[in-house]
Design a binder for this molecule. Structure first.
Ligand SMILES: Nc1ncnc2c1ncn2[C@@H]1O[C@H](COP(=O)(O)OP(=O)(O)OP(=O)(O)O)[C@@H](O)[C@H]1O
Ligand SMILES: [Mg+2]
Length: 473
């Protein structure tokens, strides 16, 4: 990847940009205003001395010490300029505070000339060979003179350049620190992001074994934890899928293998008719088992894909239970089970009639198949304001405590009943019940096992409740 395009490089560049912008702004705003303030302060000092100086000068215009005293008190050069012409205004120095040095430099001083022209106190800065000066010119119109106070600014300007230098130094340091911190932090982030990227690639490649660990509490830590939750979930789904495929193919192979065997046996021309009949019956049973398995697998795949659509409508449980009992009457008789339907009146639930019937079939078949011959089986319905249930009860040995938790898992068959079904019935029943907003409840003890399909009550069940008596006052 282009190094400038990495998140790290972009983050450090952004940080550097922000630091440079802040420093530039501070520099542009602070330095000139600092200089202006210092110059203004100096000019104000000079202007404040105006009245005292003018009064003193007017009092003793010829005092030889006036200029040196004034220079000492104002800490500035004090120059007296005479107005030699008004248009254009020309001034020339006559006396000043530093005898021995050239006063010529003050001839036609711009601040003094302005003051002579306006007859007002004027102020400004002037650059000369020996530096920059803050100047205040005080007009003395009666004498056609201007008193000029010129304070050197080199101290103030030295302070400003010291501040300027320090700011540049601090700016440079901040720049380097920002560069290092930005680059370091960005590298750290980039490394964590790359770790997540590698983890995502691993997951995409079907390897779910390695945990994604990032203990930090920030957003990347959150993302890593979400990734890990996804990894665990996908690992579970992948495991379930593999197990499902293995179990399903095993379940399919057994009857197919048996069918193949019988076909070979049937090819024997010496086979007597009763044996041939027996083989054909067994083969029909295996085909029935295969068809049921295929239907169950199809239902499960639809459930997994979320494609199994269930109706939500009132279901009359009483007639539904009666039909189921009728349907299984023959099987019950064949297996020597007394099968009964205990009517409790009309009960209506909400759900899909076909799927409710499918669940009752699964429960009834289990009660007949997984109990010893002769065990009585009873179907009943019951309803309240909130729920409606259909119950299949048998007097068999029941479900062992060790089986109970796994009973509703796919392909799980109880220890004692390994040979019979595929172990899909209860798993399908549970998922269908949940899809209709209900559940399957199990209550089992030796001699009395109850599987109940509990569904939300339908309208008629609520209407079946007695109406409250009207209160007559
Ligand atoms: N009424 C019951 N009495 C005792 N054990 C039961 C009863 N109903 C279910 N079981 C146990 O629960 C297991 C799971 O039942 P489930 O209906 O899921 O599968 P199955 O009946 O073995 O096979 P399938 O229903 O797919 O043909 C059974 O193998 C059996 O051991
Ligand atoms: Mg079953």
């Amino acid at each position: 990847m282009n190094p400038v395009r990495t998140v790290g490089a972009r983050l450090s560049l952004a940080l550097l940009g922000v630091v440079a912008l802040v420093l530039g702004l501070v520099y542009v705003i602070v330095v000139p205003s600092l200089k202006n303030r210092l110059v203004d302060a100096r000019l104000n000092d000079l202007a404040h001395a105006r009245n005292a100086l003018v009064a003193e000068y007017e009092l003793q215009p010829n005092d030889p010490d006036f200029f040196s005293n004034a220079a000492a008190s104002t800490n500035a050069r004090v120059v007296l300029l005479t107005v030699v012409s008004q248009s254009p205004t020309l001034v020339t120095p006559t006396q000043w505070s530093l005898p021995g040095r050239s006063a010529k430099a003050y001839t036609d001083d711009p601040v003094a000339s302005l003051s002579a022209r306006t007859s007002q106190l004027e102020r400004g800065t002037v650059s000369r060979n020996d530096g920059e000066f803050a100047e205040v010119a005080i007009p003395l119109p009666r004498r056609s003179e201007v008193l000029l106070l010129a304070a050197p600014l080199h101290d103030a300007l030295a302070d400003v350049s010291a501040v300027q230098r320090r700011m540049l130094l601090a700016g440079g340091l901040a720049f380097v620190v920002a560069l290092l911190v930005g680059y370091g932090a960005a590298r750290l982030f980039a490394r964590r992001i790359r770790r997540l990227e590698r983890a995502a690639d691993r997951i995409a490649g079907g390897r779910f074994d390695q945990q994604i660990a990032d203990r930090s509490a920030d957003e990347l830590g959150e993302l890593a934890r979400a990734f890990d939750r996804m990894r665990t979930r996908l690992a579970g789904l992948d495991h379930a899928r593999r197990e499902f495929v293995a179990n399903a193919s095993h379940e399919l192979r057994t009857p197919l293998f048996s069918l193949g065997g019988f076909l070979e046996l049937l090819e024997d021309e010496d086979l007597d008719e009763p044996t041939r009949r027996e083989f054909l019956d067994t083969m029909a049973e295996q085909v029935r088992r295969l068809t049921k398995l295929a239907d169950d697998l199809l239902d499960l795949s639809k459930l997994d894909a979320g494609r199994l659509h269930v109706e939500t409508q009132p279901v009359e449980l009483e007639s539904l239970a009666a039909s189921a009992v009728d349907e299984f009457a023959g099987v019950a008789r064949a297996l020597d089970h007394p099968l009964e339907y205990a009517s409790n009146g009309s009960v209506v639930s909400r759900g899909d009639p076909q799927r409710v019937f499918q669940i009752v079939r699964i429960l009834l078949e289990n009660a007949l198949v997984h109990t010893p011959p002769g065990t009585p089986v009873e179907v009943s319905v019951r309803g309240t304001d909130m729920f409606a249930e259909i119950t299949v009860r048998d007097g068999g040995p029941g479900v062992g405590a060790e089986d109970r938790s796994a009973l509703f898992e796919r392909f799980y068959r109880g220890e004692s009943t390994k040979a019979s079904g595929s172990g899909l019935g209860l798993a399908i029943a549970k998922e269908l019940a949940e899809l209709m907003g209900g559940r399957i409840e199990l209550d089992s003890q030796p001699g009395r096992t109850t599987f109940a399909l509990v569904l939300p009550a339908g309208q008629q069940a609520r209407e079946a409740e007695p109406e409250p008596e009207p209160v007559v006052v």
